[in-house]
Ligand binder design. Structure first.
Ligand code: ADP
Length: 814
């Protein structure tokens, strides 16, 4: 090591030192675990007698001491061998004495090497020599300085904690040695590493080493930052809960209202009260004792508490009285619902059998199938009311994960029981009427098959010990009365469907809706809106007007919503000071609900060429479908649009083949198709349509377009067609016929084999409609087309391309 006489120091102290002393005798103060770097200010606390005496003695004279790091921090009275031999000459700026301690503000001046120890009684005294810094390559050193400052700034941004004054000092203009010492003093390293930096007098080497250390620190900071942001989320919730619980406990303690043991006692009490089966109780007690032994800060304790809470809150032995009075049940069903005669009968039978056979009979599960808003849910509620049991409803729509039914295992974070057990907890009794909605909408994927878990819950053979993954103990579901609902049967998994007793709800006709609204919905909504018949009256005409022009649905859900809208507006009028009774007539309906939404579709139409009304069956009940056909010059292509499904597309092709095969009888030239393209469109394109039952209607529309004979607008049909023109039986007659009636159709063509299905159709509907039951397409054409085919000779017209150009405009079609 080289001793240089020229020191690169800038304060006045330093200058004084340079001028006066190179070698000097100063008190040595050992430091256990820190380094005072030159050019830095620090505040230190001293307590050892020798250090205090050295400080006092020095403060009275030159105020200069040398701080030296102990080799072993634990030594209380280090001797000269126990000290490093390079330290820092420092000036004592200020001192405060308190209680046998001294707080001193010291400023590091320069590096010194201990040459020899001098004898002294009360503290260590030594002859030291100052070590000057060496600076060689200034350009490179400058670059190093810049880099170091940047790295330091970055570290601060990444969260390195440094007091503001030091930060300002580092960021201001500094000489390279000042900068290196300032940064070295705040590095996050061990004292011995800092000592190594102190011992380096080559400034360039020192800067390089410091940069290296700071870069490592930066990496750690960056990593910490990333980990922190990830873990923060995870821990925040848990930590908050622990904190809140702790706070609660402290408050309880302060109030003398409980303690650690209190909670456990309380849980055990709850376990006892829950009247669980014996094995479940054993399990619950085991969990509670696990909890009692656990450190309260252990996150596991929260999970266990949660689990025990679930166990104690289930109705293991709470049940509603199970005494069915069939007569009374029938009355309740009738009081709550209009119509639905067959459905009610079926339910009453079911209840009667249940009562007689009791638990011995493994009865099937009821499944209410029908469009939305026809009263499936509310009938379920009435059953519960009739039986004096609780009612719970769980929707299964969109479930794809088995765990939704059967729960997650407790090892999952945030695990919960499945929907069945959740429903039972909500019910609070072990024998509720449990409605599982939308069982036609459950799917299966890689997470398991929810329907198999559902089967286990529904199966009377095994549901007395239903196992939920979360609960881990079996629950007895055999007393639950399950009722399921679905919009359609097709999508219910077959294994599930086998267990179900299907009860079909078809839609209501206008008349039924009127009665439901008048006798039930209006009363219900009046109550809900705080209105009475003294304040408001809805005229019958207004109600009919509302049903005809503001709703188009199989059920009464939208009707109920519209009534609620009217009542809301009336309630507002009254709140705003209306004194007279409000009479709702058709005009008011229009005022409250805006312009008419639906007009009777068919009545306003003309008899058109190439257009026919088909009947469809959808999830929402029956509906009418307009089928449009346009011809244009082309090469015999069939163009199909309007979101038609595969089966419906095939129906179109079959229709074309049938027509080509019968061209002669239909009065068409044999090669009529060669120069034209036939475009079949079914509007309201956003709704996907499928099924074979529109075959007959499509064929009729194409024949009409080709022969230019208009179709009678009052006719609608449903029926599948074979290539030879035979009309085949279809499903959903009741819904389709009702929909036709709703839309103002007068004549309905049905396959002959469907005649028997008319039994289910309400009498009012049958009375208003004329029915034709057909076997063959020829009969259909005879009824639907406005002119007789045979009489009209179109042969010549067919030759001319022009004759085929006919496209009904969209406005006509609507
Ligand atoms: P779903 O469950 O079939 O979709 P909801 O049971 O929710 O239908 O019925 C919708 C509304 O219509 C309910 O307020 C219900 O009380 C009422 N409602 C449906 N059908 C009838 C009926 N036949 N008699 C009285 N109210 C009915």
């Amino acid at each position: 090591m080289k001793f240089n006489k020229v020191l690169t120091v800038s304060t006045w102290y330093d200058r004084v030192l340079i001028e006066t002393v190179m070698e000097k005798i100063v008190p040595i103060i050992p430091i256990r675990d820190g380094i005072i770097f030159p050019n830095t200010d620090s505040v230190l606390t001293f307590g050892r007698p020798k250090s205090l005496s050295a400080l006092e003695s020095s403060f009275a004279h030159a105020r200069v001491v040398a701080f030296v790091l102990q080799k072993n921090a634990r030594l209380n009275e280090p001797t000269q061998e126990d000290l490093h031999d390079i330290g820092t000459l420092s000036h004592i700026e200020r001192m405060i004495r308190s209680d046998g301690e001294i707080n001193a503000q010291v400023k590091g001046l320069s590096r010194v090497k201990i040459l020899s120890f001098e004898p002294h009684d009360s503290f260590l005294l030594a002859k030291v020599i100052e070590l000057a810094d060496e600076i060689k390559d200034t350009e490179e050193v400058k670059a190093l300085c810049n880099h170091l400052t940047n790295q330091f700034r970055k570290a601060i941004n990444f969260g390195k904690s440094v007091d503001f004054l030091t930060f300002m000092n580092i960021m201001s203009e500094n000489s390279p040695s000042e900068l290196s010492d300032l940064v070295a003093s705040v590095l996050d390293i061990k004292p011995t590493e800092k000592q190594a930096l102190l011992e380096m007098t080559d400034v360039k080497l020192r800067l390089e080493k410091i940069t290296e250390i700071l870069t490592k620190e930066l990496k750690v900071l960056d990593l910490e930052r990333k980990i922190a942001s990830k873990t923060q989320e995870r821990f925040e919730k848990g930590a908050r809960e622990v904190m809140l619980r702790e706070r609660l406990k402290t408050i309880e303690k302060e109030l003398g209202e409980g303690d650690e043991g209190g909670e456990i006692r309380e849980l055990l009490e709850k376990v006892k009260k829950a009247k669980m089966p014996e094995d479940v109780e054993i399990k619950a007690k085991k969990e509670v004792s696990k909890l009692a032994q656990m450190n309260q800060f252990n996150p596991e304790s929260g999970y266990i508490r949660n689990y025990v809470d679930w166990l104690v809150s289930l109705p293991w032995s709470t049940e509603s009285k199970n005494d069915v009075d069939v007569k009374n049940a029938e009355k309740i069903l009738d009081d709550d619902h209009f119509g639905l005669k067959k459905v009610k009968e079926r339910i009453v039978e079911y209840l009667a059998v249940h009562k007689l056979a009791g638990k011995k009979m493994k009865s099937p599960i009821l499944c209410f199938v029908g469009p939305p808003g026809v009263g499936k849910t509310s009938l379920g509620k009435s059953i519960a009311k009739a039986l004096g049991r609780k009612f719970v409803r769980v929707s299964l729509g969109g479930i794809r994960d088995e765990a939704e039914i059967r729960g997650h295992r407790r090892t999952y974070v945030g695990a919960l029981p499945g929907r069945i057990i959740q429903g039972i907890k909500d019910a609070g009794t072990k024998n509720p009427v449990f409605m599982l909605d939308e069982i036609d909408k459950i799917g299966a994927d890689f997470r398991g098959d929810p329907s198999s878990a559902l089967l286990e819950a529904l199966d009377p053979e095994q549901n007395n010990a239903f196992s939920d993954h979360y609960l881990e103990v079996p629950f007895d579901l055999s007393n639950v009365m399950f009722v399921t609902t679905a919009n359609m049967l097709d999508t219910i998994p077959p294994a599930l469907r086998d267990r179900l007793e299907i009860i079909s709800f078809s839609g209501y006709i206008q008349n039924e809706k009127f009665k439901i609204a008048k006798d039930f919905l209006i009363k219900k909504q009046m109550e809900a809106h705080g209105l009475t018949s003294f304040i408001i009256e809805v005229k019958d005409d207004a109600l009919k007007f509302l049903i005809d022009h503001y709703t188009r649905e199989a059920g009464v859900r939208s009707l109920e919503r519209q009534i609620a809208t009217i009542f809301r507006k009336v309630a507002r009028m009254i709140a705003e000071g209306e004194k007279k009774k409000v009479i709702v007539d058709s005009k008011k309906v229009e005022k409250f609900l805006g312009p008419i939404k639906f007009r009777s579709t068919i009545a306003e139409k003309k008899d058109e060429v190439g257009m026919f009304t088909g009947l469809a069956w959808t999830e929402a009940g029956g509906d009418i479908l307009f089928i449009e056909v346009a011809l244009m010059p082309g090469k015999g292509q069939l163009i199909l649009t309007g979101q038609l499904g595969d089966v419906m597309k095939e129906s179109c092709q079959a229709a074309m083949s049938y027509i080509r095969a019968r061209a002669k009888q239909l009065g068409l030239a044999e090669s009529f198709y060669q120069k034209i393209d036939v475009h079949v469109h079914v509007p309201e394109g956003a709704v996907p349509k499928d099924g074979p039952s529109a075959g007959g209607a499509i064929t009729t529309a194409i024949v009409s377009a080709l022969t230019k004979i208009p179709v009678n607008r009052k006719v609608a049909m449903t029926g599948e067609v074979t290539l030879r023109g035979r009309i085949l039986e279809i499903g959903g007659v009741k819904e389709k016929v009702t929909a036709a009636h709703r839309a103002g159709v007068k004549i309905v063509i049905l396959p002959k084999e469907n005649k028997r299905d008319l039994e289910d159709v309400p009498k009012e509907v049958i009375r208003d409609l004329k029915f034709h039951f057909v076997n063959h397409m020829d009969e259909v054409l005879g009824i639907a087309l406005t002119k007789n085919l045979k009489k009209k000779n179109l042969a010549q017209a067919m030759e001319s391309e022009h004759a085929f150009l006919h496209a009904p405009s969209p406005t006509q079609a609507d």
